[in-house]
Design a protein around this ligand. Structure first.
Ligand SMILES: [Zn+2]
Length: 340
């Protein structure tokens, strides 16, 4: 373990390296957000303030905000008496989630919907459904809802045919002022169920559970903050309205997310391999619940990071420039929420 920290003039954010990863003290993080101890998830340490309660546990990748699960790129660690969170999670997850920011650079007019698989590629298959059909059914319902809200919608496929991942990415990257929403359903071990939402792993990280760090050097897509804001807005609404198990907002380096030049998420709406869940997923009613929550999430994302909504225009919890410079690595905190 080596000291790799930067001590700033005011409010010290010392960075400690643990197993090659930079970490900061959670006590500094709580102080920065003016969080105080709260009652949160059982068995977790919880802090909060304003409308947020955050729960974490030493040794775990889980990071709960208002009881919605996020999966950290690196586990929370203990160092002496202190709990530590990685700098990259602090910059790319914690801050953008706690303080999503409006940016005039973000414009959203078009939603590119990508129903996963198609044609000879059925995706997950069970006795009850083929994933490709469920993906398309949800996407079609979502398209109608988004169009009613005034968005332009581009579908990577609108029928049962095959597209390569590169073709999907090419469509997304050719549409300016857009976001990319890829819709999938899962398959997994017996009994696995629930919804999970993926965004691209931030620069320098790979999937938290990847067996190799082969892709660790890969860049983010310069939209890390927008990605997590979009994932948060969609995922929290989908969990709330479906009642499905919350498998979390996760980071991955799926091919389809790696080369997208737009804010992008990959939404997994439930398990084809789970008979109970899949029998719900084939119903129009459940598909409408998923589509509606994704639509509402996109609207909320747009209001938060693409339009100067009143809520965002307020001074952030810690906004004075003298204080902002006290952040870790000497970078301004403003830079946490913008991927520079
Ligand atoms: Zn799939």
């Amino acid at each position: 373990m080596s000291l790799a920290g930067v001590v700033c003039a005011q409010g010290v954010w010392k960075v400690d390296e643990i197993d090659g990863v930079d970490y900061v003290k959670l006590s500094d993080v709580w102080r920065f957000y003016r969080f105080t101890p709260k009652k949160g998830r059982p068995g977790c340490i919880s802090y909060g303030g304003g409308k947020h309660v955050v729960s974490i546990k030493a040794g775990q990748h889980d990071f709960y905000v208002n009881n919605f699960r996020y999966v950290l790129s690196h586990p929370v660690r203990e160092l002496g008496q202190e709990l530590m969170i990685s700098s990259v999670d602090m910059r790319k997850l914690v801050d953008p989630v706690l303080r999503p920011r409006f940016s005039p650079e973000n414009k959203l007019r078009t939603v590119v919907l990508d129903p996963g698989h198609g044609g000879h590629d059925a995706g997950a298959v069970s006795a009850y459904a083929k994933e490709k059909d469920l993906n398309l059914a949800v996407a079609r319902k979502l398209r109608r809802m988004l169009e009613q809200q005034g968005y332009r919608v581009v579908m990577t496929r609108d029928a049962d045919y095959f597209l390569t991942l590169q073709q999907r990415v090419a469509i997304a990257n050719s549409v300016p002022d857009s976001i990319f929403v890829s819709i999938h359903h899962n398959s997994g071990r017996k009994g696995a169920s629930g919804i999970e939402t993926f965004t691209l792993a931030p620069q320098g990280t790979t999937s938290p559970f990847a067996r190799s760090r082969r892709n660790a050097e890969l860049a983010g897509n310069h939209q890390d903050s927008e990605n997590i804001a979009l994932a948060t807005a969609v995922h929290s609404r989908a969990i709330r309205s479906s009642g499905a198990i919350d498998r979390g907002i996760q980071r991955a380096r799926f091919s389809v997310l790696c080369t997208i030049q737009r804010p992008a998420i990959l939404f997994e709406g439930g398990f084809v391999s789970n008979p109970v869940e899949c029998q719900k997923m084939v119903t129009g009613q459940y598909q409408r619940i998923l589509a509606h929550s994704i639509c509402q999430g996109i609207i909320a994302y747009n209001n938060t990071v693409c339009r100067p909504a009143r809520r965002i225009a307020k001074t952030p919890a810690v906004g004075a420039s003298s204080r902002v410079r006290t952040s870790m690595s000497g970078a301004s905190v403003g830079a946490y929420s913008r991927s520079k």
